[in-house]
Design a protein around this ligand. Structure first.
Ligand code: SF4
Ligand code: SF4
Length: 209
């Protein structure tokens, strides 16, 4: 039988040093894929063009794995505005407008002992009134639009709006996105985004990188 305090002491500190040190355990298929073959691929999300795979649209269905391989590039996010006033403390309020659950899971995983974003001054909050960032994920849903707008209105300023995952950015296969409606400060692609990508993008929007 394991005695957990002894086991913990033996293991030592497991928390990643990222972003001070390079990410060690990123999952390859969450990084931007590059083409390795010429064959035509049917993409249900219309995410493949001449440049490669558009991570705003890709829903990770896997149908193109014979023609693409991971590049280990993690810059599948786009920063539109930085808010340097949020460098010291950054509180996140997530809104789920209709996800499959994975975007939620990956976002909350940045709080676990391995990623432990509290060491960077990033925390979760239960109310938009205390939030510095609203993270919106999931597909477009008409009834959620007033809820999202009310949450944006309730945030104290300065604050940023972040769109998270392919469903929010392109509408998944349903086709209607949230980006054109909400004018976000940061968008993070992926289905779902990898925790290392999330941390890197959050550090950028706070002006810390
Ligand atoms: S994995 Fe992404 S790019 Fe490839 S076919 Fe599926 S949706 Fe399209
Ligand atoms: S982007 Fe992908 S992981 Fe995120 S909610 Fe949509 S289907 Fe799920």
């Amino acid at each position: 039988m394991k005695i957990w305090p002894v086991d913990s002491i033996r293991k030592g500190i497991i928390t990643t040093k990222f972003p001070a040190k390079k990410n060690e355990t990123i999952s390859p298929w969450s990084t931007i894929p590059v083409r390795i073959g010429d064959e035509e691929v049917f993409c249900p999300a219309d995410a493949i063009d001449k440049k490669g795979v558009d991570m705003r649209k890709c829903i990770s269905c896997g149908l193109c794995v014979t023609s693409f391989e991971p590049s280990l590039r993690t810059d599948n996010y786009e920063l539109k505005r930085k808010e340097r006033a949020l460098r010291r403390s950054f509180k996140i309020f997530p809104i789920d407008s209709g996800t499959c659950g994975s975007c939620n899971t990956e976002l909350h995983s940045i709080n676990n002992p391995y990623y432990d974003v509290s060491r960077l001054g990033i925390f979760f909050t239960n109310t938009p009134k205390q939030a510095d960032a609203l993270v919106i994920m999931g597909v477009y849903s008409e009834k959620m639009i007033p809820v999202i707008r009310a949450a944006i209105g309730a945030m104290s300023k300065p604050a940023v709006v972040i769109l998270f995952g392919a469903c929010a950015l392109s509408g998944n296969i349903f086709g209607k996105d949230l980006e054109s409606l909400l004018d976000p400060d940061l968008i993070i692609g992926g289905c779902p985004p990898d925790p290392f990508v999330i941390i890197e993008a959050l550090e950028k929007v706070r002006g810390r990188k």
